[in-house]
Design a protein around this ligand. Structure first.
Ligand code: ZN
Length: 140
């Protein structure tokens, strides 16, 4: 699978306190008609919710850290699943002792403040489809 794009507009914005990271990023993409993009962000959350994918059992394990955390780095992309914008994002969080952990972002990350960069990619958006080997919806 290979796609080539022309760089599109780069959006900078902030998600405010109480916003959900996954929902806030996807809302922005949907509202602005973005079908292909690369996403990065940093800031802080009041609570983190993320997932770890078990490559043997082919299922996600949900993890929640109900603490005030730094979002040390977040990365993701927007592509299409069933014709609609779909967010795939991972993030690393840091706690009050400087320890880091993270995973695949789930709904449930409550923002304290988050600075976001979305780089739109102009061209045919990658489409996701179920992949039997991994059990995931991957780029075709
Ligand atoms: Zn993932």
């Amino acid at each position: 699978m290979h796609h080539s794009f022309t760089p599109g507009p780069v959006h900078l914005f902030r998600l405010g306190a109480g916003t959900d990271i996954a929902e806030g990023l996807l809302d922005f993409a949907t509202t602005n008609g973005i079908e292909a993009a690369w996403v990065s962000y940093l800031g802080a959350v009041r609570r983190a919710a993320f997932r770890y994918y078990d490559q043997e059992g082919l299922e996600y394990h949900d993890l929640v850290v109900d603490e005030h955390l730094e979002v040390l780095t977040g990365v993701g992309n927007i592509s299409l699943l069933d014709g609609k914008p779909f967010l795939h994002s991972h993030a690393v969080f840091g706690d009050s002792t400087g320890k880091a952990f993270g995973g695949h972002i789930a709904v449930g990350c409550e923002v304290f403040s988050l600075e976001v960069r979305i780089e739109v990619l102009d061209g045919d958006a990658p489409q996701r489809a179920f992949d039997g080997t991994t059990g995931l919806s991957l780029w075709k």
